[in-house]
Design a protein around this ligand. Structure first.
Ligand code: ASP
Length: 330
């Protein structure tokens, strides 16, 4: 398989420099590289406030009169639904192009640039999911309203990584000092790429568990090593299960394989079962960006350490916070 290019997106770009503390108004959110620790803390505080507001009263009018476009060129359940829920709970509305761009002018051959230049006329922000690495950045170059990357192929998925990190903090009360194991498709899994990049800002130990052909891309491994983190790769979950504070399990990304025979070789490689969980610490969490297609057995769902549906709910709070911030209402 050809090598993935996952170069940091922001090396020489003025406009999308690190988003410091309150500096989010009008900004695109394209990569986790835009967030420093103060920025992350700020997002988490805002997300926590959103949770309290939803638990107490359910909705607010913070974004009343604002319109978000959700433009999805790839399937989605959680990301699209949570952005829509986030916008609506804040009193805003959504143009949802999520059920298949085949019904939009994309099917007539319209370019991404023209689609973006059209949708920016109607909306105050655009959430984009697209199969090509770097597409969100291209969209942002054409858009005068903030673009939020909801997954650019095998590249990044920054809002997922923010909700993943928020979940770790909520579940375990801290991030520094944790041992975090990522399991599955580390090569094509964009959530793994974004979360790994975010974690280079913390004092964590990382364990990467994958079949040989799905190892973490070298560019990311180098970023982890440059950050001075304790890191190890293995093929076997049994090597990490006893010590992990976080087990972050992922699906093999079938849609990224050009050779389906190769996919068949590696699918079903890992299955986390209730039996395996007996070897894990009493206080730890098992997470998954979902959808799962066999990586976590249903018998694990009743385990209090299974955090994947709490993780889903956190996604709505993080996206509420991000929308409020880029629309200048945080
Ligand atoms: N939902 C996540 C994503 O869009 C994970 C996955 O699809 O496996 O990247």
């Amino acid at each position: 398989m050809p090598a993935l290019t996952l170069d940091p997106l922001f090396a020489d770009d003025d406009r999308r420099k690190i988003l410091r503390s309150t500096d989010f108004t009008g900004q695109d959110i394209l990569s986790v590289s835009q967030f420093d620790r103060d920025g992350l803390e700020y997002v988490f505080i805002r997300a926590h406030e959103m949770r309290e507001m939803v638990d107490r009263i359910g909705y607010s009018n913070l974004l009343k009169g604002h319109i978000l476009t959700c433009l999805f060129y790839e399937p989605s359940t959680r990301t699209s639904a949570s952005f829509i829920a986030a916008m609506e709970r804040l009193g805003g509305s959504v143009i949802p192009i999520t059920q298949g761009v085949q019904f939009s002018s994309v099917s007539k051959g319209e370019t991404l640039a023209d689609t973006i230049r059209t949708l920016e006329q109607y909306s105050d922000a655009i959430v984009l999911r697209h199969p090509e690495i770097g597409s969100a950045r291209i969209a942002a170059d054409y858009s005068s309203v903030p673009v939020i990357n909801a997954g650019d192929g095998a590249g990044e998925h920054p809002t997922q990584a923010l909700l993943d990190l928020f979940t770790i903090q909520q579940e375990l009360g801290r991030i520094d000092g944790l041992k975090i194991a990522m399991v599955g498709d580390l090569r094509f899994g964009r959530t793994v790429h974004s979360l790994t990049r975010l974690l280079t800002q913390y004092d964590v130990s990382l364990r990467f568990v994958s079949p040989e052909i799905l190892r973490l891309p070298l560019v990311l491994m180098n970023e982890v090593k440059d950050a001075g983190l304790n890191v190890r790769e293995t093929h076997d979950v049994a090597d990490v299960i006893q010590n992990a504070d976080v087990l972050y399990v992922t699906r093999v990304q079938k849609e990224r394989f050009s050779d389906l025979a190769q996919y068949e070789e590696v699918r079903g490689h890992y299955e986390i079962t209730a039996e395996l969980m007996q070897h894990a610490k009493e206080r730890m969490v098992i997470m998954h960006p979902l959808p799962r297609v066999g990586e976590i057995h249903y018998s694990v769902d009743a385990d209090p350490r299974a955090a994947y549906f709490r993780q889903v709910r956190n996604g709505m709070f993080i996206r509420m916070a991000l929308l409020a911030m880029v629309l200048g209402k945080a």
